[in-house]
Design a protein around this ligand. Structure first.
Ligand code: ADP
Ligand code: MG
Length: 339
């Protein structure tokens, strides 16, 4: 294990730089100068988004491997680019590192960053590296491109548009419940072995989420342009309300339609948690929530990875969850709040 002060800031940056491969045509110059140089393609608009992950707030290094953290930090930013209907092209990564970290630990973090760069086809073109007197923070800024006028905002939904979600919900939240339980067990008895093998699905949902770029490409192939879109970072209920507020509509989503994976349902039962609440308020699933015109129903209804969970309605009706019995329950945003 190599202490950080042995290689210094520039040594560390040099090691990160060595692992980087640039593949994007719009990257003219990457790491190594005062700034990167990019040449966006003609007719494209740039989209840009930042997410800051702070130790103790967003992640807990007792159970989050650094490689997964690096991957997740990139994935959650790519998810924001996807939610604009854009394609990600470059990222910059700023880290502030506590002195207890070794060079190898930082390299593991950046190995995760590199894996995500390969998975999403983005170039790491810069960043910043400093020490930290508190915990680790990782800030990623992602850039993307979209044909001018084709970006999808939160504000474009109209009444009767279908409300769709990708993948399944609640898994990331239940993964966190498992990790927190095992941490408590371990703190009480450091000799104990954590029981994590039983929960591969929900743990992967929590520790290694994926941005749904695959769905962005598929929608393009289907010729479907969402009227509004957002990624599910804080919980479905909160995101539906965001779309409604930005678009000036109400919404109806149906309990029976909400997608949950079997392993997620099993963990919810084990923890005595209501699976519907986990799906509505869990957060961190990083699926895409979007609306499409009713006319696109046939194109999406049999898609294996897209579920139509309801539709938009007039603003006066508000945003409601319709229970199996047909009862409307007003949606409330109970997603994660930092303050
Ligand atoms: P400056 O003093 O101008 O901020 P730095 O010494 O911080 O320059 O950075 C030198 C180069 O290394 C720059 O190209 C910067 O973008 C890159 N860089 C620094 N830290 C990181 C990092 N954590 N990840 C990727 N690139 C980085
Ligand atoms: Mg710097």
């Amino acid at each position: 294990m190599t202490p950080l002060d042995k290689v210094g800031e520039f040594g560390l940056i040099g090691r990160i730089q060595q692992t980087v491969e640039l593949t994007q045509p719009s990257t003219v110059l990457g790491i190594g100068d005062d700034a990167a140089i990019l040449a966006p393609a003609a007719g494209q608009e740039l989209v840009i988004s930042t997410d800051l992950l702070t130790e103790g707030v967003h992640f807990d290094l007792t159970f989050c491997p650094l490689k997964h953290l690096g991957y997740k930090a990139v994935a959650v930013n790519v998810s924001d680019i996807a939610a604009m209907n854009a394609l990600p092209t470059q990222i910059v990564v700023a880290v502030s590192i506590p002195p207890r970290f070794t060079v190898e630990a930082v390299e593991e973090l950046f190995e995760g960053v590199k894996l995500a760069c390969e998975a999403y086809n983005v170039d790491l073109v810069g960043g910043d590296t400093t020490g930290s007197r508190a915990g680790l923070t990782v800030s990623v800024t992602a850039l993307g491109q979209v044909e001018a006028g084709q970006a999808v905002r939160r504000s474009g939904a109209g009444p009767n548009d279908l409300l769709c979600v990708t993948g399944d919900l609640g898994g990331a939240y239940l993964g966190l419940q498992v990790l927190e339980r095992e941490k408590q067990v371990w703190q009480a008895d450091p000799e104990s072995q954590p029981e994590l093998d039983k929960y591969p699905y929900v743990l992967q949902r929590q520790l290694r989420p994926e941005a749904r770029m695959d769905v962005i490409h598929e929608l393009r192939e289907l010729g479907v342009v969402p009227t509004s879109m957002i990624d599910v970072s804080d919980g479905l209920a909160s995101e539906v309300l965001h779309l409604c507020q930005a678009s000036g509509t109400g919404a109806r989503i149906f309990t029976e339609n909400l997608p949950i994976a079997n392993p997620t349902l099993e963990v919810a039962n084990e923890f005595n948690l209501d699976p519907i609440m986990c799906m509505l308020n869990g957060g961190e699933d990083y699926e895409l929530l979007f609306t499409v015109p009713l006319a696109d129903h046939a194109k999406l209804k049999n898609h294996p990875d897209i579920t139509i969970i309801g539709h938009m309605v007039d603003k006066s009706e508000g945003a409601n969850l319709i229970t199996k019995a047909g009862q409307p329950v007003p949606l409330k945003a109970q997603g994660f709040s930092h303050f």
